[in-house]
Design a protein around this ligand. Structure first.
Ligand code: F6R
Length: 234
């Protein structure tokens, strides 16, 4: 794993931007994207640039079950607001949180990933080490899953909702096995609350207790951290 320590999220976003720019220049076509606070400065850097994604495809990691694409808390909405409305892609895929047949939706999304193999995957990390919404215990070879969010993830995500009770309890997430198929992976982690998860991801054993430790199995992972997130690394 390559670790890049940056002074703040703007500098981290710039590092991620350079990786996307180099990827586009060398023919990357499919970009795996994440929501949450960690990639926001990175998306700002993409939006401010002259990079052109009108021939490219995006495939997002996850979506809440029960939220429509126009719900302001949905990941569809987040992506439109932070990226797609300003920097359109030829095709953008996210799981459909309103699918009436969830099992069929999981299959459809696996098919999307199979037909659009990800060249560069962006990730954030949960305080409990989740990637996408793959919570502790998720198998390292999993495909797209419907997941029950843990109490800690619901609490962490409550900051985006009016009440904690409004946070959906389920999500559809690309599996860890699917994430590991990306050619290149870039993970952003900022702040003290991520320090333990970052230490376990990089220095701990490979264990399903820490989903992000699966990244040790991949040969092209860049982890972009600030000093606080790196503070427990030896
Ligand atoms: C979001 C996602 C999640 C977040 C993680 C960290 O699409 O897949 O795994 O990356 O929960 O969230 P933030 O960046 O808000 O701390």
């Amino acid at each position: 794993m390559k670790i890049i320590q940056v002074k703040d999220q703007v500098a981290g976003g710039q590092e991620g931007f350079e990786i996307f720019k180099a990827g586009l220049a060398s023919g990357a076509q499919v970009f795996g994207l994440a929501t949450g606070s960690s990639p926001i400065k990175f998306y700002e850097a993409l939006v401010a640039s002259d990079l052109d994604f009108t021939d490219a495809t995006s495939v997002n990691l996850d979506e809440y079950v029960g939220l429509s694409a126009d719900d302001e808390q949905s990941y569809h909405y987040f992506m439109k607001q932070h990226l797609f409305d300003k920097k359109p892609f030829a095709k953008s895929f996210l799981p459909n949180g309103l699918a009436s047949d969830i099992q069929a939706e999981l299959k459809r999304y696996d098919q999307v990933i199979a037909e659009h193999p990800v060249d560069i995957q962006i990730l954030g990390i949960g305080q409990n080490g989740h990637i996408g919404f793959n919570e502790p215990g998720a198998a390292f070879d999993s495909n797209t899953q419907e997941v029950q969010l843990t109490e800690s993830t619901i609490k962490a995500n409550a900051r985006f909702f009016e009440n904690e009770a409004d946070v959906p309890t389920k999500a559809i997430s690309m599996g860890i096995g699917s994430i590991l198929k990306a050619k290149k992976i870039v993970l952003f982690a900022y702040g003290e609350s991520k320090a333990q998860a970052i230490k376990a991801t990089i220095e701990g054993p490979q264990t399903t207790d820490v989903p992000a430790s699966a990244l040790q199995l991949h040969d092209d992972v860049t982890i972009i951290v600030d000093a606080a997130a790196a503070s427990q690394l030896s």
